[in-house]
Design a protein around this ligand. Structure first.
Ligand code: XMP
Length: 318
């Protein structure tokens, strides 16, 4: 049966009112389309009882906290930004294995929310979890592909009631909801960003320095691809970003030997993230991205393009 956004919105606004009632609620706002839609839906139901919290993990996109504030405050939402970067970096120190990193991040998120909830006497946590998050986390008897931070990291002793209005939705449906709710295209069409953030784009151990490198490289990839698509040179891929490999390789800068990191550029076409094909970006665009990265991010000496579909790869590197 076709997805009916306005019917779904009415149902979920009613469900939010019934679940939350006169109580305050806490929403984990990441700025992606999923949590943004969840925020608007629940805000319709309970208004200023909703506290939207953006956790700055140190692993977010460039200028993300500012973007979130300037997008949501004009819509009447209450947005709190919590700088939790040092606790995330110290909890992740020494962790190399992807599932371990994901579990640590999930747990840190929950601890930050628990602390906020306790301080504000909040009992309900709203999350923008969508179907692929729990399916890939091993839901409904499936194999765990990867533990999505908002699923795999939930501790057994979670002292909060969960409300997940988008649990059965796929990404293209969430985008339809965003349009129906009147969210600007900058949000409804925003490319997905993984909950664990840049952590899954840094292969192996994470450090603040590596986060800074990959953040700058992601910004370059986004700017170049978005400007090529705005000029009509390419069709905008579903998702596009950079990832950092732990390997250094040899190069030359001027007359000198260099020994720097390798960055992977990834761009994919997909409908819902469950499967994906790599985008056939024009060589000229790839060259521009590569030159900008190696010219402006001195720690990077080599740029490669990922030509793997999902399956057998996944979209993110971890
Ligand atoms: P993968 O890497 O699983 O990615 O092929 C499919 C889509 O999901 C995003 N992704 C996540 N989103 N929490 C999220 O909210 C997560 O833990 C997570 N891991 C991956 C990924 O960016 C892609 O759009």
């Amino acid at each position: 049966m076709a997805f009916n956004p306005s019917k779904f919105i009415d149902q979920q606004v009613a469900a939010a009112s019934a679940k939350i009632g006169p109580r305050p609620a806490l929403l984990a706002l990441s700025g992606g389309v999923d949590s943004s839609v969840a925020a608007i839906l629940v805000h319709r139901a309970v208004g200023s009882q909703l506290h939207c919290v953006f956790v700055d993990t140190g692993l977010m996109r460039e200028n993300e906290a500012q973007t979130i504030r300037s997008t949501f405050e004009p819509l009447g939402l209450r947005v709190e930004v919590t700088d939790a970067s040092s606790r995330f970096f110290s909890a992740l120190k020494g962790a190399e294995e992807p599932e371990k990193k994901r579990k640590i991040i999930g747990e840190q998120f929950i601890r930050v929310f628990e602390e906020y909830a306790k301080a504000h006497k909040i009992k309900v946590l709203v999350q923008g979890t969508i179907a692929p998050d729990w399916i890939e986390s091993g839901g409904a008897g499936r194999d765990t592909i990867k533990s999505h931070h908002n699923v795999g990291g939930l501790p057994k002793d979670l002292g909060l009631e969960l409300f997940e209005p988008l649990r059965d939705c796929y990404k293209h449906e969430v985008r339809q909801l965003a349009q129906s709710l009147g969210l600007p295209p900058a949000i409804s069409e925003r490319q997905p960003f993984p909950g664990p953030g840049l952590a899954v784009r840094i292969v192996g151990e994470i450090s603040p320095e590596k986060a800074e490198i990959v953040r700058k490289c992601c910004a370059i990839v986004e700017q170049e691809i978005e400007s090529a698509s705005a000029c009509g040179e390419i069709e905008r891929p579903w998702q596009y970003f950079a990832a950092l490999l732990p390997t250094k390789t040899v190069g030359v800068r001027g007359d000198e030997r260099s020994y720097h990191y390798t960055v992977v550029v990834r761009a994919v076409r997909s409908l819902d993230g469950m499967t994906a094909n790599f985008s056939h970006l024009p060589p000229k665009l790839l060259e521009k991205i590569s030159s900008r990265i190696t010219n402006s991010v001195r720690e990077v000496g080599r740029v490669v393009y990922d030509i793997t579909n999902k399956p057998p790869a996944t979209v993110e590197l971890e």
